[in-house]
Design a binder for this molecule. Structure first.
Ligand code: BG6
Length: 498
């Protein structure tokens, strides 16, 4: 959570309108984040939270909010006065999202609220509804900024291929200007991801090393222990490549690889990210097998619990070939990165949960101490996103004693250990929306270009009838050893600290 003593831009009073306010995302992430933001001043105290609710009375809705809070922010419920203050901010607008009258009612409700008419429209709903909602807002005059700002927030997936992404962008842009649209990628709100930028551009010792002369390769990974949970209907059509690589991991790759922007503003940063995307070498159909890996979890044991195979999960077809693990080796054809593999991988039901960005440096050119010890390991700089955020630098050091044998020295810099100052990604990103900072959000061209890059892989995998399997709760994916065989250190499996 962000504390009040930090130097944070204050947001103007805003009407925070949530579509899908009774859904899972609102319950788990949005409401708890808003409560905390209100408490520490990230949301202006004159702001309202407006839930658009269908087929429920206000009483039923408030009870749902309360139940959600009990589960995800119990400290609020335990403190009656805080809960009452939060309750006082809530307004319900009844109606069906498919009915234009709902948006008229919303407009009337906003008009009744005193003060500025700023509004943030958060779409915590399936993407199939984005067009309907933006159309409704348009007809009710709610995209118009003459009385205050109007910002639209949408969640991924932003399309499921290039064509649908273009269609979606067109639809959104027919109502909102690009700078009114905030495409959330919650990974960019994680502290370690932002720290990556600070590490790169606030330290002069990084820049000379940050290129093909010193970097052997980069691995960007997310390993999850969870399976597909209750989301199989979506995941069956998505798979790990769309779900994680095309979005979160490629976004992180652009931040690692981009040139220093001329200033830290949304467009300057996004222009640099775009240059990286444009420099990514396209993978030819005949190279797909060499540069990618895909696999699906079979049954197994994860963290001591027996878990079923992906194909036995609810709503999954028994002969599904959807990948729950996916990896791609990209190359960026520019002066800085020519020849450096960027390996992006992500999997569900892995042995442990960990997300990392690892910069693996080249081996020392000559081993001076070879007569006494094994060769020194190549250095690595690891940005650990989760479970515990921080930065790890792996160096070689002398073993204590009368020897020049060396051993690996691991320098860890955790974030805000136990001080509670690590903000949740949704707090950071919603605050950015409220203050109009689009730096950590994807622009339309980035989304389209990243789909264009993965499209040949999607095409190659489209009609396949089978996929490799791995036992849940293991790292047993031999194809990853093959994919990383020319990389110093091979496949980097994140270590988990107990
Ligand atoms: C989501 C994906 O975007 O990110 C999920 O759709 C995935 O499948 C999740 O589980 C992972 O997020 P986090 O923050 O838990 O690593």
């Amino acid at each position: 959570m962000v504390t009040t003593n930090q130097n944070i831009e204050t947001a103007e009073p805003t009407n925070i309108v949530i579509f899908g306010v009774t859904g899972d995302l609102s319950k788990r992430k949005l409401m708890p984040a808003l409560v905390r933001m209100l408490c520490c001043g990230l949301v202006h105290t004159d702001s309202k939270i407006i839930g658009v609710v269908n087929n429920r009375t206000e009483e039923v809705w408030i009870n749902l909010v309360r139940e959600g809070m009990q589960e995800f922010s119990p400290e609020i419920i335990a403190d009656e006065s805080r809960w009452k203050k939060f309750l006082a901010r809530l307004i319900m607008v009844p109606g069906d999202l498919g009915d234009d009258a709902t948006y008229q009612r919303l407009a009337e409700s906003l008009a009744e609220i005193n003060g500025k008419k700023n509004a943030m429209f958060y779409c915590a709903i399936p993407p199939a509804w984005y067009g309907k909602v933006t159309g409704g807002l348009d007809k009710a005059g709610l995209a118009d900024e003459s009385e205050g700002y109007r910002r639209l927030v949408i969640e991924k997936p932003f399309g499921h291929n290039l064509e649908s992404a273009k269609r979606l962008n067109k639809e959104l842009q027919s109502v909102f200007k690009e700078d009114q649209i905030y495409r959330i990628d919650h990974y960019l709100g994680k502290e370690s991801v932002q720290n990556l930028l600070v590490y790169r551009f606030a330290n002069s010792i990084m820049e000379p090393l940050w290129n093909r002369n010193y970097v052997d390769h980069v691995q960007i990974s997310t390993a999850e222990t969870l399976g597909v949970e209750y989301r199989a209907k979506y995941y069956e059509k998505s798979g790990a490549l769309r779900d994680m690589i095309q979005s979160h991991l490629m976004q992180m790759m652009t931040l690692v690889a981009m040139e220093p922007p001329v200033e830290f503003t949304a467009d300057a940063v996004r222009d640099e990210k775009m240059k990286v995307l444009r420099a990514i070498r396209s993978i030819k159909p005949e190279e797909i097998k060499i540069h990618t890996v895909s696999a699906q979890y079979a049954s197994g044991t994860v963290e001591g619990e027996e878990v079923k195979a992906y194909v036995s999960e609810e709503f999954v077809s028994p002969d599904s070939a959807t990948e729950t693990f996916s990896a791609v080796r990209f190359y960026i054809d520019n002066w800085r990165w020519q020849g450096v593999p960027f390996i992006l991988w992500s999997g569900k039901r892995m042995k442990s949960k960990a997300s990392e960005v690892m910069i693996r440096f080249r081996k020392p050119p000559f081993n001076l101490f070879d007569s006494h010890a094994s060769a020194p390991a190549a250095n690595a700089l690891v940005f650990r996103l989760q479970p515990e955020g921080g930065v790890v630098l792996r160096l070689n050091a002398k073993k204590p004693g009368l020897t020049t044998d060396n051993e690996e020295m691991v320098m860890r810099a955790p974030y805000a250990d136990d001080t509670g100052e690590v903000a949740d990604a949704y707090e950071i990103l919603m605050h950015d929306v409220l203050t109009g900072d689009g730096t950590l959000f994807s622009r339309a061209d980035e989304v389209e270009t990243s789909w264009e890059i993965v499209e040949p892989i999607l095409d190659a995998w489209k009609n396949r009838v089978s996929v490799e399997r791995y036992r849940a709760g293991t790292w047993d994916i031999p194809a990853m050893e093959e994919l990383t065989k020319d990389c110093v250190g091979g496949w980097h499996i994140p270590t988990v600290r107990k």
